[in-house]
Design a protein around this ligand. Sequence first.
Ligand code: BYC
Length: 330
Amino acid sequence: MYAQMVNTDANRVRDISEMSEEERAFQERIDRGEKIEPTDWMPEGYRKTLIRQIGQHAHSEIVGQLPEGNWITRAPTLERKVILLAKVQDEAGHGLYLYCAAETLGVSRDELIELLHAGKMKYSSIFNYPTLTWADIGAVGWLVDGAAIMNQVPLQRTSFGPYSRAMVRICKEESFHQRQGFDIMMKMAGGTPEQHRMAQDALNRFWYPSLMMFGPSDKESVHSAQSMSWKIKINTNDELRQKFVDQTVPQAEYLGLTVPDDQLKWNQEKNGYDFSEPDWSEFFEVLKGNGPCNKERLDARIKAWEDGAWVRDGLMAHADKSTVARTAAE
Ligand code: BYC
């Protein structure tokens, strides 16, 4: 279905012989492993792809606060509440680093947010699923942050300097997030039969949406080839999905939980697990805005933006006053 939307010609990676001198020099810098900085010359497609990917990534961080923020007031202990609060605040920070990285490419944060609110820019599909129980907060940390790290560690080596540097700090924090999620899962899975059941139920509901985080299968991925040749992406979607499954299945076994996949089987030859693909029609429905929480998430972001207007107005008024006072003093 989606393959029909893939314009293979437009997405074909051009051979070096088809490039202008400037483009060739740029590609050679990338191939040598040099970082591209905001003031360097870059092809328009490179700039646009980065704005799309970094912008979507930033949006994912701030929309990702919502399903977890939902549980701050209901965390089971003071300690858990403080940890969750810190994690949710970290996500806001990640959003800020990423919006700043995108701004170096000539787009403003306001423009990106406007596009998000108008439904013209995506955020990660995973955040359109609800967090129904406390065990879901464990599953989000363990699986969602686990998938995020798998995707983001290689992005520390991405070719665009500001993005790669933002990734270094984000990955450090994500690793704490993943561990706090696994810690919740250990408590729940090793707790009462009811807590164990909740942990299993959370795994059942978050497993396939987590696999979807890596994007469509390689044969349906529109951007991978060009993004990988520009080193905006380092691995394909399927490579990272496989690594995630290989890393996570033993963790589920350690927890005494069952991955909800009858086809899951160790494959000695490929030195990895065989596993079932997610339901891709569900993935594309979520991308189209028809997931369980798409409307709720976007409404919450828009409301937060509107409710915060007075803060932005106040800051702008203060900045204007300071400029007037400074100019008068000079
Ligand atoms: N959800 O050609 P493809 C976090 C879109 S934050 C929605 O493979 P690409 C966290 C894709 O955009 C995690 N859309 O694309 C935060 C494209 O559509 P457009 C966020 C998806 O870009 C808070 C189309 O499908 N991480 O972990 O080469 C709390 C075709 O796909 C998704 C990042 O953003 C999806 N899952 O590869 C806790 C990492 N997948 O744009 C945790 C940076 C695909 O043409 N991003 N699409 O309309 C990437 O690495 C890449 O953009 C992706 C997709 C691997 C996600």
